[in-house]
Ligand binder design. Structure first.
Ligand SMILES: Nc1ncnc2c1ncn2[C@@H]1O[C@H](COP(=O)(O)O)[C@@H](O)[C@H]1OP(=O)(O)O
Ligand SMILES: [Mg+2]
Ligand SMILES: [Mg+2]
Ligand SMILES: [Mg+2]
Length: 332
């Protein structure tokens, strides 16, 4: 029985509303609505607005729950952010039932500043995971997860550009993925409330496996992945896509392995880039670890500071995969 039925329903609504924001913006997006953050990553009016929408909906139902969200309003509160701020304001109010004034809007975004940790309830949000994919009109995801005492209990992801059926890539798009710990993994279309249980593919041999990885070679080493695939005898070409849609694809059996292989020593993965996806895959029969085969530790703050990279596979082939990952990465 669901322990977090109320949270599940609120999270689904929040992710669907935020997905609507993103779809609306994409239709109107022009280049000057992208700003570059200190870490050189892009952020758009949609990232801010989606965070405002989710944080406002969460606050309405769970006012005491802290949120670890990716975005903050530093660049919006200054004079040069005035125009962007106004666009975010009108966009957010076009989605929410009750309009917010500008100060309340900025404060709603900044409710995502929680430092995280090992104690208590908290949500983690990536309002747009895969902003580069979003800007290209490719894959991106709105990702929300609930953590209790550092463990993921609930994950909801909205993937507006993901085909409902991967075998029909030009067919209907827009999928919602839902996982609650111990309750399985589910998919539904944006256009329906009917949920379907999903499972990883039951492959009989690793030779049949396919793997997915980032589009951006700066986020995951394509070269190391190719070496690993070749040593495992995998012949299918990698499936490249942005965002946690990779976790969703693996969870529903479109691919069998997801490799995220470090490209630099100093990068710490953010918890919002993995929390909902990791739970989804685990609930669909997969194993998620880092390259040292350590479980991802979400209890240490805003980043996975004790982990390096991510390795995801069906539990049946995990030991083979991690052995070769370590052979390639650790014995260089
Ligand atoms: N060097 C890096 N290694 C791994 N992930 C990164 C790196 N730089 C940025 N990212 C993050 O990867 C995520 C997208 O991953 P993917 O390639 O799977 O779509 C983004 O959330 C992005 O963070 P940010 O949101 O700060 O840009
Ligand atoms: Mg970003
Ligand atoms: Mg992200
Ligand atoms: Mg993001």
């Amino acid at each position: 029985m669901s322990v977090f039925a109320a949270e599940r329903a609120v999270a689904i609504n929040a992710v669907l509303q935020a997905s609507k924001v993103c779809q609306k913006v994409f239709k109107q997006l022009v280049n000057n609505e992208t700003i570059t953050k200190k870490d050189k990553s892009p952020v758009t009016v949609a990232d801010f607005s989606a965070q405002a929408v989710v944080n406002t909906i969460l606050y309405h139902s769970f006012p005491n729950d802290p949120i670890i969200g990716e975005e903050d309003t530093k660049d919006l509160r200054v004079e040069s952010g005035k125009e962007l701020r106004a666009k975010i304001h009108s966009l957010t109010n076009s989605i929410l039932d009750d309009p917010l004034d500008e100060t309340t809007l900025l404060d709603a975004i900044d409710r995502g500043s929680y430092p995280g940790g090992s104690q208590g309830r908290m949500w983690t949000l990536d309002p747009i995971d895969g902003t580069k994919g979003f800007l290209r009109g490719e894959q991106f995801a709105v990702c929300l997860a609930l953590l209790v005492d550092g463990k993921i209990q609930l994950g909801v992801m909205g993937c507006p550009n993901l085909p409902v059926d991967s075998k029909v890539p030009e067919g209907e798009k827009g999928c919602l993925f839902i996982a609650e710990k111990g309750q399985g993994a589910f998919q539904r279309k944006f256009s329906s409330t009917e949920e379907t249980k999903i499972q990883m593919a039951n492959i009989s041999s690793i030779l049949e496996a396919s793997f997915c990885e980032s589009v951006e070679a700066a986020h995951s080493s394509h070269g190391d992945a190719a070496k690993i695939a070749s040593l495992l005898g995998i012949t299918k070409p990698p499936i490249r896509m942005d965002s946690q849609c990779k976790y969703c694809s693996v969870a529903r059996g479109d691919a069998d392995i997801y490799l995220r292989l470090p490209t630099r020593d100093d990068y710490e993965e953010n918890i919002w880039d993995h929390a909902s996806g990791a739970l989804l895959v685990q609930e669909a029969g997969g194993i998620v670890s880092d390259i040292y085969s350590k479980p991802l530790d979400f209890s240490l703050g805003r980043t996975l500071k004790s982990n390096k990279g991510v390795v995801v596979s069906h539990s049946k082939i995990y030991s083979q995969v991690i052995e070769v990952v370590q052979q390639v990465l650790l014995k260089k």
